[in-house]
Design a protein around this ligand. Structure first.
Ligand code: CTP
Length: 399
């Protein structure tokens, strides 16, 4: 979450979903944001201002003529202070007012004055939402650069079933974070591989490795947040699919080979963070293998090298980024891998470094480039490493 230190002006308007804005306020504050809540008069019929005051640690402002508030011209101060302006839930009424520049209360006047990005999360009865006038108003806002978070479909408080539910808090947080994130990967197709592969010995056993998938998932999450169209080809992991990412689940290296190669041509950037098994059992038993007192030897056979195959078939303009995890001679081995597999960039990490490698939330890496240059960013969260990787790939694209 990149909302720490940001001022979020959260406008709560009068719908039954107003209670969900309390959770949003709490989660925004936990993410380190300074949350300033504005409520319409009608929102206060659904939830009390003191709820937001307690959760945000800031005074809740309700109407323009509140004389007990420290700021001189409140709606202007808040409009200027906002890094991002959020209306959640947004009623049909505030959407209509926003579309037409009507400013007749604290929320609508502040909205009119702000230059911050505006996120609107509509929530209302399906009939009101589907009404062409509401849809037209939303189109007007979209055309003006507002970020509209689509409502969820399901059971509505009025008893109807359909579109109009305020999405859950993680979806709202994602939409808010996206509004303050530069969309510099917009229009690019990015494929990321992540996690381990599993190579079956028999129906109950497999060979695998310690990969948690965290680095690959962080890459997919950041690419999607920065506007890319992301496909994540993932081995078995315990991780949640990041927002906006299309996930393709695979089990073995050969599954991954098929999943990646069949999609490779369409990609602008491919990042191979997966820990692919180099070998698989030469034979997979159809039935569970029974133990005996004899020693057991398992013959292994080579898996296809996906990265090397991608490197051989790279189309002009496509960028390929590989990973290398080593326990010795990190740089020499990585530089050799970069050359052999025709990568544009290779991310090398040592299993011996503290804070790096399997299962950790941080990573210490060295980036190697095809022109022979190198860079070692400081130990940082895997999400930050992911951002650095895409920054460098974008720079390579620009050249
Ligand atoms: N990789 C791949 N297909 C494989 C094995 C590896 O695509 N069958 C990719 C990984 O996703 C990673 C990179 O190759 O991006 C490096 O993997 P690694 O196993 O370290 O490289 P190898 O070339 O197999 O080198 P080593 O001799 O160290 O095993």
């Amino acid at each position: 979450m990149r909302l720490a230190g940001k001022t979020v002006v959260l406008c709560v308007t009068g719908g039954i979903a107003a209670y969900k804005a309390a959770d949003l306020t709490s989660k925004l504050r936990q993410a380190g944001a300074d949350v300033r809540v504005l409520m319409t008069e009608s929102a206060t019929q659904f939830i009390a201002p003191i709820t937001f005051e307690t959760l945000s640690g800031n005074r809740t402002v309700v109407d323009t003529f509140d004389r007990n508030f420290a700021w001189e011209v409140e709606h202007i101060s808040l409009a200027k202070a906002a890094d991002v302006f959020v209306i959640a839930p947004a009623t049909a009424n505030i959407i209509a007012k926003a579309a037409h520049g009507i400013a007749d209360d604290m929320v609508s006047t502040t909205l009119l004055a702000t230059r911050a990005p505006v996120v609107v999360a509509p929530a209302m009865n399906t009939g009101m939402y589907d009404n062409p006038v509401t849809q037209q108003n939303l189109d007007t806002l979209r055309a003006r650069g507002f970020h509209i978070i689509e409502p969820a479909a399901g059971h509505l408080a009025c008893g109807d079933t359909g579109r109009g539910k305020l999405p859950d808090t993680p979806t709202l947080l994602h939409g808010i974070e996206r509004a303050v994130t530069k969309q510099d990967l917009q229009g690019l197709r990015v494929l990321v591989t992540a996690g381990p592969t599993q190579e079956a010995l028999d129906p109950v056993r497999f060979l695998s490795n310690h990969s948690s998938g965290k680095m690959g998932y962080a890459l997919a999450a950041r690419a999607a947040m920065r506007g890319a169209q992301v496909t994540l080809v993932s081995g078995p992991t315990a991780l949640q699919t990041p927002y906006g990412v299309t996930r393709v689940d695979i089990t073995s290296a050969r599954d991954m080979y098929d999943a990646v190669l069949s999609r490779a041509d369409a990609q602008d950037i491919i990042v191979k963070a997966a820990a692919v098994g180099d070998y698989r059992p030469a034979q997979t038993a159809d039935e569970k293998m029974k133990k005996s007192d004899d020693e057991l030897t398992v013959a292994l056979t080579r898996n296809p090298d996906i990265l090397a195959e991608l490197g051989r078939n790279k189309r002009p303009g496509q960028l390929l980024c590989g990973f290398a995890m080593e326990t010795q001679n990190l740089i020499e081995n990585a530089a050799d891998k970069l050359r052999r597999k025709h990568c544009d960039m290779l991310v090398a990490n040592s299993l011996r470094d503290k804070g790096a490698g399997f299962g950790t939330d941080t990573n210490a890496v060295t980036l190697l480039f095809a022109d022979g240059s190198r860079e070692t960013p400081p130990l940082c969260p895997k999400e930050d490493v992911a951002d650095i990787i895409f920054d460098r790939l974008l720079a390579l694209r620009a050249n």
